[in-house]
Design a protein around this ligand. Structure first.
Ligand code: SF4
Length: 240
């Protein structure tokens, strides 16, 4: 009888499965096409151009859930939220509150380390117009479910309404949330209590659309991360 795999080896296997996945031909083609065409500012760089694995490690207090890799951000650098303005905003806020060792996020070799935190996307491939189809999201959901299970976070932070809805669906499926009569509505700073002292928090996505227009400000994002930290500290099991 084979021995069950350890959490770190399952995590490694999951990331390898993601990187080698080809379930969504439209997305795989798009990632490659963007990587070949490139943006002028990055024309001398080798793009990643394939599915982007989770960033961070398993068994963390906080799991951040985004929508999909940016075409010239994570699809270029191969690391979640790295190499574009959304990532700059996110990592600066995480560093201010202590979830990252530095605010700088340039490429996968820049020394950035997450602290008690991991980052995932509900869709691991950069989609055209930043819009994955329902079927593509469904294809990617088993990876999300495994990330949830392996991270086993106290707080799940969904960035944006699409990530919020997909996360709620998955939380019901994995049994961390009992389906309520009405789906909790997404909003910035919203909090949903889950089973076993876990929580779902919502934040506006740190996209340029939100940060340039002032819909999402630094204090607003800091408040969400501070709330996440407080919930983690209050609810971490004593045996840890
Ligand atoms: S979106 Fe997910 S399921 Fe689809 S090809 Fe990329 S990694 Fe695979």
């Amino acid at each position: 009888m084979s021995r069950p795999q350890s959490i770190p080896s399952r995590w490694k296997q999951l990331q390898s499965n993601v990187v080698n996945c080809s379930h969504c031909p439209r997305l795989i083609d798009h990632c490659k096409a963007v990587a070949q065409k490139k943006r002028r500012a990055y024309e001398n760089e080798a793009y990643w151009g394939k599915p982007v694995p989770d960033f961070g490690s398993p068994r963390v207090g906080l799991l951040i859930v985004g929508l999909a890799p940016g075409a010239h951000g994570a699809n270029r650098t191969g690391r979640m939220f790295t190499g574009d303005r959304s990532g700059d905003w996110l990592y600066r806020a995480m560093h201010r509150v202590g979830f990252a060792n530095q605010e700088k996020s340039i490429d996968a070799q820049d020394g950035l380390k997450l602290v008690d935190c991991a980052i995932t996307n509900i869709c691991r491939c950069a989609p055209p117009q930043n819009k994955p189809s329902t079927e593509e999201l469904k294809n990617c959901s088993p990876y999300f479910a495994e990330t949830l299970e392996l991270c086993d976070p106290i707080v799940v932070l969904a960035l944006g309404g699409l990530a919020w809805n997909a996360t709620l669906r998955e939380l019901v499926r994995v049994g961390w949330f009992n389906r309520p009569p009405r789906r909790p509505k997404f909003g910035h700073g919203e909090k949903v209590s889950l089973n076993n002292n876990r929580f779902l928090l919502g934040s506006y996505h740190p996209s340029q659309q939100n940060t340039f227009t002032g819909k999402l400000t630094k204090p607003m994002l800091d408040r969400v991360f501070k709330n996440a930290l407080k919930l983690i500290n209050q609810n971490r099991p004593e045996t840890e």
